[in-house]
Design a protein around this ligand. Structure first.
Ligand SMILES: Cc1cc2nc3c(=O)[nH]c(=O)nc-3n(C[C@H](O)[C@H](O)[C@H](O)COP(=O)(O)O)c2cc1C
Length: 306
């Protein structure tokens, strides 16, 4: 079959992207110029670095280290605050693909306020980060509690009229109950998942390597965990799922889709390769679909479930 017959469009809650391969939050920092470059290199949409109402310095260094099959980071959500990020969003939107604002807060009022600021910047969608594993109050206290996830999702939903995605943590005993809480509060989609809480120790210095001691593990090391989370959510939560964790090649995207993901996010692969990885991933997915006679993503999404 001609590959031109393959339609890779992904849409939910009124948001449409030409392909389902999205730049994940944070990995390339805050610059609108880089978000626009990711769009030029073929990303279907881009997500900003997570930001809160006011600027935040982040954790002491070192904040990133490479481990086997992944990266460990404990950046601690450094960002210049919503006022400056609003300008970055406005500029990033010239890249021609949807710009999704990733936001966090320390309570429901802050989530509501930062959602309003993202709306003022005309972000095309909102992703709630309730899952950063190296900032205590955002990642651990909120993302592990169905009650708190429900409350912050509801608060953000009332302040942002566009599509709302909740990015879940894998650091929970039952991801489904957290996904259900987000769905009940009005989320339009779920991202599964953020990084896995982890640690590495320097055996000469006999101290944890990261300044923040604990960090979030990303990259190929976490892919089977993220695929499991997507599979579990797909069976019980009736929302589109965006798979995220360890994608470096098109085969990984197919695997996430078979598990139930409607779209995917790519983070660490950008650090292993560069932004050109988006074109390779999208073309690889298109060729796979074409070789098997598929014309739409729906024909493969969730088909590993029996
Ligand atoms: C250096 C770095 C910074 C990150 N910053 C954020 C962030 O600000 N907000 C967020 O939701 N996720 C953040 N993440 C997590 C990624 O968006 C993604 O969920 C995670 O890395 C798993 O995907 P990957 O294996 O493709 O990298 C960050 C990850 C890395 C490696």
């Amino acid at each position: 079959m001609e590959s031109s017959k393959v339609d890779l469009a992904f849409q939910f809650a009124g948001l449409r992207m030409a392909n389902p391969v999205i730049l994940a939050s944070g990995v390339i920092g805050i610059s609108a110029g880089l978000l626009r470059r990711a769009a030029r290199e073929g990303a279907g949409a881009v997500i900003t670095k997570s930001f809160g109402i006011t600027a935040r310095e982040g954790n002491p260094g070192p904040v990133v280290t490479e481990v086997s099959s992944g990266f460990l980071n404990s950046l601690g959500l450094p960002n210049p605050g919503a006022d400056e990020m609003k300008n970055e969003i406005v500029e990033a939107r010239n890249g021609g693909v949807p710009v999704i604002a990733s936001v966090y807060g320390f309570n429901e009022d802050e989530y509501a306020k930062v959602a309003t600021l993202a709306k003022e910047a005309c972000a095309d969608a909102l992703e709630l980060n309730v899952s950063c594993p190296h900032v205590q109050e955002v990642g651990i206290e909120i993302g592990q509690s169905p009650e708190l996830v429900y409350r912050v999702t509801k608060a953000a939903k009332s302040s942002f009229s566009g599509p709302l995605i909740v990015k879940l943590s894998p650091n929970v005993s039952d991801i489904v109950e957290i996904g259900e809480a987000a769905a009940k509060a009005g989320a339009d989609a779920l991202t599964a998942t953020n990084t896995v809480r982890a640690m590495t120790i320097d055996i000469d210095v006999r101290q944890p390597i990261l300044g923040g001691k604990f960090g979030g593990l990303s990259g190929p090391a976490i892919k089977p965990i993220a695929v499991r989370c997507v599979y579990e959510l797909y069976e019980r939560v009736p929302l589109p799922i965006i798979g995220c964790g360890g994608i470096t090649k098109w085969q990984d995207i197919v695997e996430f889709m078979l598990a139930g993901a409607s779209a995917v996010q790519v983070g660490s692969a950008v650090a292993y390769g560069d932004l050109a990885v988006f074109r390779e991933l999208v073309e690889g997915l298109r060729d796979f679909m074409s070789a098997h006679g598929y014309t739409r993503l729906e024909e493969i999404i969730g088909t590993a479930h029996i």
